[in-house]
Design a protein. Structure first.
Lengths: 436, 540
């Protein structure tokens, strides 16, 4: 009996050693040198999220490389420090700590899922560093140390619903999502918004599925059934990552056409469509702040550079990549303005910085650490790209605390002095409220 | 008599108007398609369709296919087809060749959903009089969907001269749809309304239900509403019956996917007793083999693409089986009889294999196309059955039968059973047990590879593919009874059906939890699963 225990514990430790060795090999060793500015890149390169996050690591390397070719920053070279949090949420916090304390990076670009962001948030606040978060998210958060360059719900979900309501005359809504914080919060906001627009509760169907759900037969059949009540129906999809491919395949198989029941997605971009035959999906929609198909000189240049950098003519660009493009350029500008990489000074210099985005305009950093963006609605084309069918006339400022949720509608965030507060309650006039 | 007279008049009107517009020149209307953005194109399209000239059909079809372009130099609307780097231009109306143009010289007329709807509606209205019965049929279906009141006259005329029964039924349904939802409803007699609702009830599908619901909730007269509401309840009863059958089919289909994923495990875990956490990765390797085979076909024989899946089957079996044999020889054979170590070692292997595939193929999904005979769906009564799922069900049962025959009827199967039941005795009888172990593990892995080919049709081909199935596979094998193939079959089908019947009521998340709770309780009662093995073999 004893030998058995011994051997089994030996097996475990051997395996653990193997696994750690494998992980360590992904982290690039950082050399200490005073003539470089270090930039942390905290994106999963293995595990379930690698599918989305690896691209963002590559785009950061490209942007840093580019900046170095232009002469670096403050006369120093930029040095990327890449770590692999392996789609493991607690590991995100550990790796963030390692980047800040051990590698002494000046800023970190990273995270994809909200849970990973929530996991690193206390680390950034404790060690006072800067995180640029490039993905559209559910809002209801504002931290002094985080800059949210992705879309808040009012920069993606609400304009998309407005488009369907006005242009497609949709009266019945299916809110379908993966069962975690982003879809749940977004759907809560959307439900409140739809009801405020006079949609009856029986005209809203909410459906959640587990991560990686692959058998969509009965849910698609349910959607068809819900759509046969004689009113124009649309699906608002917050289905995440891997589950999308089988979902769209099933839609195609069961003949749900965009002309009859359009699906508008918030997590499906060019990268996700790369794995599907898009012919049956013609006309389904996505709402983003950037599409690869946008025709501007800046975007053409970006795509050309990206294809050259990855040495792959088939690589596509997507919205979170643009968010990093904007975030990185903002950081560069703020560091130049502050004349130092000291996080406190850079954070103060960030608000009000405006840089060109890829859709032919400027994005500015707001006092709530969110940015202004245009909102674009695109229809899926046969070649896996999106055709922009609607674009907001102006820029939409990111709203961190939703106006449609009862416990956040009175909150605002303003990180300028003297307020310096992420959840100021305008009713009570005090800092502190939800999320404090 | 009155109706017949009205029809006659309608026919006269149609004949008169169609000859009148035949003379009209379509050119300015076609030209207008190219300006004013989406709304401009749509306006021109409606006018083009109202002109009623069949000569417009090829133009609208080109617009639908995305072949209609504007020549930038002079703003002429042309049909452009890609030929190499340039476009070959033709005149949309006369079909006269207009020479070549570089890609930069032309601009596509883009269409959105609302335009796509308008296109199907106008194509429907314009092709109702086509000489081809198939075209008339789809025209009738398009009009049914669009309920375009301007098509009513043409439709009535078309019904009068339609010879084909099926097409006429479709046309009458389309006519009923227009009459009930349009302004005409207020002028109709009760009998006419009843006839129209009856026509729709006879159609009996979800589209008819949509229409009837629309009528029942609209501002129509009380009689109309009453008759529609009655039809809705009849239809809903009928559809509820079909929905239950449909659920059964979904259950069968999910069950067969579970069966495919689990059946290889039933060999490695069930028969050999190896807790193989890397089983999911064998499935994944099978899916990637399919991808490679398809890439080969795409590059070298695009015409034979439909056969790629058939070639992928043996390829995936051999590749996954080969990897399985290597794993058995290098890792697992040292760990027989030590389940905990086997579990950890194979779990480590599964991570290593995933990362290896991620490094070679990249972390993003790979596209595996569906051959034409696996795409689309057909209707069976009120059931919608997709070809892809149907083939997977058939394939799962075929693999099951083949494995059963291999284990029960061949010498190889006999030696597998002998070795797993009594290793020393089998050895003494001259069976090379080590070789049988390797081949058995290879067989289980190869079958997992076959599952990968099937799963590549319905799921992501990504390095994470296997992870989604490993838990379900173990659940099926344990539930069915370790060591019993029939148990795996019954277990997979039971769990699949249960899941699908719970899903509509409890939701996908809670449904899955309920199934897990059920299995936990079941295993408490019957620790050896549904079909427990009896006899001495159990004790080994």
């Amino acid at each position: 009996m004893r030998t058995k225990h011994l051997t089994s514990s030996f097996g475990i430790s051997a395996l653990a050693g193997l696994a750690m060795g494998a992980m360590a090999s992904f982290a690039m060793p950082a050399q200490a040198a005073d003539d470089t500015i270090k930039v942390g890149i905290l994106h999963s390169l293995s595990g379930t999220m690698a599918i989305s996050e690896t691209t963002l690591k590559d785009v950061m390397l490209m942007l840093i490389d580019d900046q170095n070719k232009k002469g670096g920053l403050l006369g120093k070279k930029l040095e990327p420090v890449v770590v692999d949090p392996a789609s493991n949420w607690p590991l995100f916090a550990e790796k963030a700590r390692e980047l800040i304390s051990k590698d002494k990076v000046s800023a970190v670009f990273g995270c994809w899922t909200s849970v990973s962001r929530k996991s690193v948030l206390p680390v950034f606040e404790e060690l006072n560093n800067i995180l640029f978060y490039p993905v559209q998210y559910e809002g209801e958060e504002s931290s002094r140390n985080v800059f949210y360059t992705g879309a808040a719900p009012n920069q993606q979900a609400i304009p998309a619903v407005d488009y369907l309501m006005q242009k497609e005359k949709v009266q019945r809504w299916v809110l379908a999502g993966t069962d975690y914080v982003y879809p749940r919060t977004t759907n809560k906001i959307l439900e409140a918004y739809l009801k405020s627009k006079g949609v009856k509760p029986e005209d809203i169907m909410i459906n959640y599925t587990p991560f990686g759900h692959s058998d969509w037969q009965s849910i698609v059949a349910d959607i068809k059934k819900f759509g046969s009540a004689g009113k124009k129906t649309a699906v608002v999809s917050t289905i995440n990552g891997d589950a999308n491919v089988p979902f769209y395949k099933e839609l195609g198989n069961q003949g749900v056409k965009a002309q009859d029941i359009p699906v508008v997605a918030f997590s499906v971009g060019e990268e996700e469509l790369a794995g599907i035959d898009t012919k049956p999906l013609l006309g389904h929609l996505a709402a983003w702040n950037y599409f690869q198909s946008v025709e501007t000189p800046a975007n053409a240049e970006f795509i050309k550079e990206w294809k050259a950098f990855t040495k792959n003519d088939k690589r596509v660009t997507n919205d979170p990549m643009e968010a990093h493009y904007i975030g990185f350029n903002m950081w560069v500008k703020a560091v130049e303005a502050a004349g130092t990489t000291d996080p406190d000074k850079v954070i103060d210099a960030m608000v009000g910085v405006a840089v060109p985005n890829l859709t032919g305009g400027y994005s500015a950093m707001l006092p709530n650490h969110h940015i202004t963006k245009p909102v674009l609605i695109g229809e899926v084309q046969e070649n896996g790209q999106f055709d922009v069918v609607s674009k907001t006339s102006g820029l939409v400022p990111g709203d961190e605390w939703s106006d449609y949720l009862p416990d956040s509608k009175d909150l605002i965030a303003d990180w300028r002095k003297p307020m310096s507060c992420g959840n100021f309650n305008v009713k009570t006039g005090k800092c502190g409220g939800k999320g404090s | 008599m009155r109706r017949a007279l009205r029809w006659l008049m309608a026919v006269c009107v149609v004949v008169a108007t169609s000859t009148a517009v035949y003379a009209a020149d379509l050119r300015p209307l076609v030209q207008a398609l190219g300006s004013g953005g989406y709304s401009g194109t749509e306006k021109a399209l409606v006018q083009l369709s109202e002109a009623g000239d069949p000569a417009a059909v090829p133009v609208i079809e080109a617009l639908q296919a995305g072949d209609l372009y504007v020549r930038k130099a002079d703003g002429t609307v042309v049909i452009a087809r890609k030929a190499g780097d340039a476009f070959t231009l033709t005149d949309p109306l006369t079909r006269a060749a207009l020479g070549d143009a570089p890609a930069a010289a032309v601009e596509k007329i883009r269409i959105n959903n609302s335009l796509r709807r308008a296109i199907s509606a106008s194509l429907g209205a314009l092709t109702l009089m086509s000489s081809d019965a198939g075209v008339r049929r789809s025209a009738a279906d398009a009009v049914f969907k669009s309920r375009d009141a301007s098509a009513l006259e043409t439709l009535t005329a078309a019904i009068a001269k339609e010879q084909d029964k099926g097409v006429r039924a479709a046309m009458e349904q389309a006519r009923a749809a227009i009459l009930l939802t349009g302004e005409a409803a207020s002028k109709m007699t009760d009998a006419e309304i009843q006839a129209a609702t009856d026509t729709l009830t006879a159609r009996g599908d979800r589209d008819a239900l949509v229409l009837l619901n629309m009528v029942a909730g609209s501002g129509a007269s009380d009689t109309t509403k009453r008759s529609a509401a009655a039809a809705v309840s009849t239809l809903e009863q009928k559809l509820a019956f079909w929905a239950a059958l449909q659920n059964l089919w979904y259950g069968l289909s999910l069950g067969s996917v579970l069966l495919l994923a689990a059946i290889g495990l039933a060999v490695t875990f069930g028969v050999m007793g190896v807790i193989n956490m890397a089983h999911g990765e064998m499935v994944m390797i099978g899916a990637y083999t399919t991808f490679l085979v398809q890439e080969f076909f795409r590059a070298h024989a695009p015409g034979l693409f439909d056969l790629s899946i058939l070639v992928a089957l043996p390829a995936a079996f051999l590749v996954s089986g080969g990897v399985g044999i290597v794993i058995e020889r290098s890792v697992i054979r040292w760990l027989y009889g030590r389940p905990l170590e086997t579990l950890l070692a194979t779990w480590g292997l599964s991570l290593a294999l995933q990362q290896a595939v991620r490094s070679i193929f990249g972390p993003t999904n790979r596209e595996v196309g569906a051959p034409s005979w696996m795409s689309g769906a057909f209707e069976l009564g009120g059931l919608t059955i997709t070809y892809g799922r149907l083939w997977i069900v058939i394939f799962a049962f075929a693999v099951f039968a083949a494995l059963l025959v291999a284990l029960k009827r061949t010498w190889f199967g006999l030696s597998i059973r002998a070795v797993t039941q009594n290793r020393p005795m089998a050895n003494a009888m001259g069976i090379r047990t080590a070789r049988v172990d390797a081949l058995t593990f290879g067989l289980g892995s190869g079958i997992a590879g076959l599952a990968g080919v099937a799963l590549s049709q319905i799921d992501n081909v990504s390095p994470n593919l296997g992870q989604g199935y490993i838990l379900d596979s173990f659940m099926v094998v344990v539930f069915g009874g370790v060591g019993n193939l029939w148990g795996t079959l019954v277990g997979a089908l039971t769990l699949g059906t249960m899941n699908k019947f719970l899903e509509p009521y409890a939701g996908a998340v809670l449904g899955k939890i309920l199934v897990l709770i059920f299995i936990i309780l079941f295993i408490q009662r019957r620790p050896r699963g549904l079909f427990a093995l009896k006899g001495r073999a159990v004790e080994v």
